[in-house]
Write a protein that binds this ligand. Sequence first.
Ligand code: SF4
Length: 344
Amino acid sequence: MKNFYDFAISDWQQWVRDQQLPAYRAAQIYQWSTRGITTAEEMTNISKDLRGRLEKEFVFGGLELVNKLISQIDGTTKYIFRLHDGNIIESVLMKYKHGYSVCLSSQAGCKMGCTFCASTGAGFGRDLTAGEMLAQVSVIGRDCGQRIGHVVIMGIGEPLDNYDNLVKFLRMINDPAGLNVSLRHISVSTCGLVPDMLKFTDEGLPVTLSVSLHAPDQQIREKLMPIARVYPYEELLAACRNHIEKTGRRISFEYTMFRGVNDQPEHARKLARQLSRMLCHVNLIAANELESGGYKSSDKKTMQKFMQILMQSGINATIRRELGSDIMAACGQLRRSLEECGKQ
Ligand code: SF4
């Protein structure tokens, strides 16, 4: 079955022509994809007959809410959805001063094998379609009753490993007649798939590219992220420089801090040398110890010192505020616990 949320306005225009319906029906149907509906029944301005036709041909998002966890600390909400084929994904709703943001999954599982990540342990299910990504934003927006103005694609999966669907999703979510989220309010993360980064740069989409670096050199990166053996540190930084040069946009580097692994002052000095004169920002993140891999998080003092060294070397850096720490907001954890229980 096709997914209702995979259809852009042009697809609906074609569909209504094929169904020999009046042209205005296309926009009428399409607007429902911004409202987080999960059945055709909810389309109150559509005739019963047409709703029946839609119901026969489409799944409506295909996201069944399995669990919803709300942080008692800051209201961060984690949604666990089961896709129509049984795969489990997670999305997180966060509230910031500037509004509501959704962190969404781009794949069910992940092939990248980062040694600190719970998504790896759960294995790889499949790529999500553009519509399944869009539905996460739309359904969550409806659930919380708020406009979602920011999106980060940093949940389960490597977005650039699902390239075509990612680009389709970005164009769809930016559609003024759709959810109309500004591309400038969207961050796309990558663990460093260099050829796809180069291609993505050339798409000219003004999103923020967020590179999961996590190490000051090749040796440490290889231990944490097997992908570094395929695309070495230097090649990755060259792709980042290319992105900055061609787009004029600042790159965001994610740096999760693991005690005794990548958090020492010499690591900070090395990182500062690697990133010197780059238009970038480094986000220092405390590791989530509930994840697998047995890594411990650096303490606050170590993180502060690390940040100071970067700043003194002229590198913009901040320590990311931890959100939803009581609901295991880090990627993959809940999905794995559900899958280990045999897809409850
Ligand atoms: S950290 Fe990201 S890229 Fe690495 S295994 Fe986890 S989901 Fe995949």
